[in-house]
Write a protein that binds this ligand. Structure first.
Ligand code: GA4
Length: 318
């Protein structure tokens, strides 16, 4: 494992953290409780014994690295309707930059034009597998929260017109001397929360992910290439009436080795109405914290803002 440099940006505290490691092959009633606790306390957790064969993961990593190794002119040809396709340094539409190159795909059609279809077949197999894992985790969450319909969250990402994404992020090693004097320092992908329901992240054995459980404090997370790192997105925070936390995180680069992460972002159809079920209104949370909205409305606001802007508060009930 390669440890990233401290990457401390003025005034920040860096405190490494061990995320909860949840063994999905343990007894279901225990797993449900551990997942709920992790989502309340960290918004992030790792899963092992997740049932996804390592072979599927290794091949996905290979095709990812092969893609990023292509000449820039060839990668730039991979462009579809915005925001999909290949991108380098520019994040979103409002001027955010990072030391990253990426490939953003629709998780329902994870292919790139003019490919031999090998890429598509490997990436489709991987995406199907992580989607199944996401459904399993969302069902365990619903059961753990005591929601009567255990499919209440998972059904969003299984609908045919779900808006889920698959994103390959490649962070090439960056020597301090090479750095320009922009404000990006060694930030690969700046601070943000994920807008969707649930994210399932896999990264190679190179450190880079940091989460922020407290303003001004960054907690580097140790990568485990055999585990998946799962995190709560904004929509799940809304649907749990604030019980689960959509935690801000970022990726920093290092000067030693390429880091590649692949994130599956489970999202509902555009017209899905996002609201907490009535069981999430409890004596501790006696009213709905957020106004009901559609994913299309949330997504529009998301893309109108900067990466690090807070969007969930815009939908808070006064
Ligand atoms: C963060 C999570 C996902 O990577 C992403 C990102 C999206 C993009 O890169 O196009 C956004 C960002 C992400 C949130 C704010 C907006 C939209 C860049 C940006 C500045 C694909 C997503 O869904 O939201």
């Amino acid at each position: 494992m390669v440890v990233a440099s401290p990457n401390s940006i003025l005034g920040e505290k860096i405190i490494p953290i061990d995320l909860p490691m949840i063994d999905l092959s343990s007894e279901k009633s225990i797993v449900m409780k551990l997942i709920v606790k992790a989502c309340e306390e960290y918004g992030f957790f790792n899963v092992i014994n997740h049932g996804i064969p390592h072979d599927i993961i290794t091949k996905m990593e290979e095709v990812g690295f092969d893609f990023f190794a292509k000449p820039m002119e060839q990668k730039k040809l991979v462009a579809f309707d915005k925001p999909f396709g290949y991108g380098c340094k520019n994040i979103g539409f409002n001027g955010d930059m990072g030391e990253v190159e990426y490939l953003l795909l629709n998780a329902n059609v994870p292919s790139i034009p003019n490919d031999t279809s090998y890429f598509s077949s490997i990436v489709s197999t991987y995406t199907e597998a992580v989607k199944r894992l996401a459904c399993e985790i969302l069902e365990l969450m619903a059961e753990g929260l005591g929601v009567p319909n255990k499919s209440i969250f998972s059904t969003f990402i299984t609908q045919l017109d779900n808006d889920s994404l698959l994103r390959f992020n490649h962070y090439p090693p960056k020597d301090c001397k090479d750095r320009d004097n922009s404000n990006s320092y060694n930030v690969g992908f700046g601070e943000h929360s994920d807008p969707q329901i649930l994210t399932i992240l896999r990264s190679n054995d190179v450190a880079g992910l940091q989460i922020s459980l407290q303003h001004g404090v960054w907690n580097p997370v140790t990568p485990d290439p055999f585990a998946f790192c799962v995190n709560v997105g904004d929509l799940l925070e809304v649907m749990t009436n604030g019980r689960f936390m959509s935690v801000r995180h970022r990726a920093v680069t290092n000067s030693y080795k390429s880091r590649m992460s692949v994130a599956y972002f489970g999202a509902p159809p555009l017209d899905a109405c996002i609201v907490a079920p009535s069981v999430m209104v409890t004596p501790n949370r006696p009213s709905l914290l957020y106004k009901p909205f559609t994913w299309a409305e949330y997504k529009k606001v998301t893309y109108s803002l900067r990466l690090g802007d807070n969007r969930i508060d815009i939908f808070k009930n006064c």
